[in-house]
Design a protein around this ligand. Structure first.
Ligand code: PLP
Length: 501
């Protein structure tokens, strides 16, 4: 055949050394292999030199502008595409890898997790169901999770995107448990409209959203007052439940927090578990980041009562440092979990033998059918680091938070707004117009690249929030952050005085 008579598709694809014989594989694997090694080395270099880089830098407008490119009809060389990645994407992440990152509740990732995720992508496994080893790995994680939380053999577990999804699944399982499987066909109906759920006012916003998505409406979540440390006031909760019952409403669910997002408060889970048992309520715990503190012998006692929950939502991608995303929902009664999601479909027919066999079909336990192999990066992380070391990282973050708290207390310029209950400290620079000044300090810090704390409101006052989740963060990073707060604070106060004068 003449070269010019080749189909057009082949001619286009071959120009990028990828797409041999009409496939998407390379004609010459050795070229791709060398390129792949460069990409891997490049990423190792990035991780090894994090501290020399800014925590965060805003993507410049010319870099952003590049990402309005036309649809790439023709292939480009992989080398070129990777070069664009290196120049325009890699330097402008959100900073959560960096030891100076103290904003929000985010994990730092690990090189082991990165490598495992590459292997998972190579396998391209679909964990919706059927009979293959990746599903056995997800079940292995399920066994470990049951062991960590001391849950029974027949408890069920499922990887999900994150705790937002885990909390939604918990609400749906609790809904089906109280209203029966018929709710799935008929909706929540008149009885469902009278159901009420309870949490502290410090609970994460995704719990109200879960109530909304489950058809109850977000106002069906009663937000109960907290004590001074932002733990739910159990007596106020008891009173709210009694008041709702008197009104003819039907309490069905209590959501406890194991580590609130603002200050890291842990509700009295033992008291909540006892009350839910006594009142016949579903007890779910949002343990997004705090639940896995069970891995630390120092922190686990703080979570007493967690093992009595009916369900727990948590993230491997936060404090356990597994790369995004790796959320998890654990349900004590696996049958009830399944009853909320399993549905017959001819194309998902289960067989007793062959590839369509296998007893664990994750699509029976959540809304997703196609699912990636989140279990693999988690399996690698737990094995390669060991759970004791992962727990020790959490305890070290807490020790750093106590160190930060001590430094704040020792500096007359600074005021502690929320003490370190776990690994989050809220404070501010003392000043007139302190809300405005501290908002500017937070932005100054982030834009300086020195550190990236976030902010929140504590009792109506603007707070600088340092959330210590990164396993790379050292005492010197905390010191650098404090030094920068003092410097920017003095500058900002000077400017405000000038403006006022
Ligand atoms: C992060 C977080 C969530 C939400 O989890 P995602 O994994 O982001 O969906 C819920 N609750 C708490 C306490 C959190 O910290």
């Amino acid at each position: 055949m003449q070269p010019d008579k080749k189909p057009r598709l082949d001619a286009r694809a071959s120009s990028a050394d990828l797409g041999a014989d009409g496939t998407l594989d390379p004609a010459d694997w050795s070229v791709l292999r060398a390129q792949g090694h460069r990409m891997l080395d490049d990423m190792f270099d990035h991780l090894a030199s994090l501290r020399a880089q800014p925590t965060w830098q805003p993507p410049p407008s010319d870099v952003r502008a590049r990402f309005h490119a036309p649809l790439p009809l023709a292939p480009q060389s992989l080398d070129q595409v990777h070069d664009e990645f290196r120049r325009f994407i890699l330097p402008y992440g959100s900073g959560n890898l960096h030891p100076g990152f103290m904003g929000w509740v985010q994990g730092g990732g690990t090189p082991v997790g990165m490598l495992a995720d590459m292997l998972a992508a190579g396998l391209n496994a679909n964990l919706g169901g059927r009979d293959h080893m990746p599903l056995v790995v997800e079940q292995q994680i399920g066994e470990w999770v049951r062991q960590i939380f001391d849950f029974p053999e027949d408890a069920s577990g499922l990887f999900v995107t994150g705790t937002s999804m885990a909390n939604l699944i918990a609400v749906l399982v609790a809904r089906t448990a109280i209203l029966g499987a018929g709710v799935r066909a008929s909706g929540i109906g008149a009885r469902g409209a009278g159901l009420r759920a309870y949490s502290s006012s410090a609970v994460h916003g995704c719990v109200a959203q879960a109530m909304d998505l489950a058809g109850f409406g977000s106002s069906s979540l009663r937000r109960i007052a907290t004590d001074r440390s932002q733990r739910i006031d159990v007596e106020a909760l008891r009173a709210a439940i009694a008041a709702d019952r008197r009104e003819g409403l039907e309490p069905f669910l209590v959501v406890g927090s194991a580590g609130t997002v603002d200050v890291g408060a842990i509700d009295d889970l033992q008291a909540l578990a006892a009350m839910c048992r006594e009142q016949g309520l579903w007890f779910h715990v949002d343990g997004a980041y705090g639940a896995l503190a069970m891995l630390s012998s120092e922190l686990a006692p703080r979570l007493a009562g967690l093992s009595e929950a009916d369900s727990i939502g948590f993230d491997f991608h936060k404090w356990a440092q597994v790369p995004y995303d790796a959320g998890y929902i654990l349900v004590r009664d696996g049958d009830r979990h399944r009853a909320a999601f399993a549905a017959p479909a001819a194309y998902l027919r289960r067989e007793t033998r062959g590839l369509a066999g296998g007893s664990f079909w994750p699509c029976d336990y959540g809304p997703d059918l196609s699912r990636g192999f989140r279990a693999l990066k988690t399996w690698f992380t737990l094995k390669a680091y060991g759970t004791e070391q992962l727990g020790a990282v959490m305890a070290r973050n807490c020790a750093l938070a106590r160190y930060l708290e001590a430094r704040i207390n020792a500096l007359p310029e600074l005021e502690l707004l929320a003490p370190a209950q776990l690994n989050i400290v809220c404070f501010r620079y003392r000043a007139e117009s302190a809300d405005e000044v501290n908002a500017e300090i937070v932005a100054d810090l982030q834009e300086s690249g020195i550190a990236a704390p976030s902010s929140t409101m504590i009792d109506g006052r603007f707070a600088i929030r340092a959330a210590l989740f990164n396993h790379r963060t050292q005492q010197s990073d905390v010191d650098n952050m404090i030094d920068a707060v003092l410097r920017f604070g003095a500058e900002r106060v000077g400017k405000h005085r000038l403006l006022a004068g």
